[in-house]
Design a protein around this ligand. Structure first.
Ligand code: BGC
Length: 235
């Protein structure tokens, strides 16, 4: 255990299918450093991603604890799925290994859940989706997380999942216009299913959204993925 006070510095890490990003935050979630990013090492196996994080940690400065958003199901710091990374992550003790490597306490959560923690208002039913390499999703009820919602791999249309229809690979294949039309259909489908009060859209590709959005749907900064790293220690 570490003593947490106003000067506690958190290294927030976002592991993605195309980039690994880090930033240092204060206990209110204000950035204390720039955002540093490296391309996700290939093949994206645990050892090389841990090394990438350690390298980034060296350039970013001092910190007391670490928060990690991981693109798969995470339970008790152990990664259970990693569709866009590598099968070696299945059953990997990410929190334990990173803590051993950097000698600091570590908490790990699904990346969309972390994005959500940095985004939500904490009232009613709030759904978060992230558009990047994969399709992330997070659900909150009055600020409480329903962990590891894997909407991305759920059937959406034409026999394909949300991720197959809207992931980066498909975006590059079908182009922005068609992708935006599909996104509109996905928003209708999610509203119909969840009857959410708010839907937030984040992730690296959210900047490409150009359709008219309903009043209860908002584009949010991808930076929230890192800012959620503070709320993770209050759970
Ligand atoms: C994973 C999710 C993740 C999303 C965004 C999906 O492929 O299954 O856990 O949140 O990608 O990275």
């Amino acid at each position: 255990m570490i003593e947490v006070d106003a000067s506690t510095r958190t290294l927030s890490v976002d592991i993605g299918g195309s980039g690994v990003k880090v930033m240092i935050l204060d206990t209110s979630g204000n950035p204390l450093s720039e955002r540093f990013r490296v391309n996700t090492p290939q093949p994206p196996i645990p050892g090389s991603i841990l090394n990438a994080i350690s390298q980034l940690a060296l350039s970013v400065g001092e910190f007391d604890r670490i928060s990690v958003g991981f693109p798969g199901v995470v339970r008790n710091g152990v990664t259970e799925t990693a569709v866009n990374l590598h099968p070696d992550w299945i059953g990997f003790d990410l929190a334990g290994e990173l803590s051993k490597q950097l000698q600091k306490p570590v908490r790990v959560i699904n990346d969309a859940d972390m994005q959500g923690l940095g985004t939500i208002a904490g009232k009613g039913v709030e759904l978060v989706i992230t558009l990047g390499t994969g399709f992330g999703s997070a659900l909150f009820i009055d600020g409480r997380l329903v962990p590891n919602l894997e909407m991305g791999h759920h059937r959406f249309r034409k026999g394909e999942s949300y991720e197959q229809q809207l992931g980066r690979f498909t975006l590059e294949k079908i182009g922005e216009q068609k992708w935006n039309q599909r996104l509109g259909k996905a928003i209708s489908s999610l509203q119909y299913l969840f009857n959410y009060d708010f839907l937030y859209i984040g992730g690296g590709e959210a900047k490409l959204v150009n359709i008219q959005l309903p009043a209860n749907v908002k584009i949010v900064s991808n930076l929230n993925g890192l800012l959620g790293g503070i709320a993770l220690w209050r759970m």
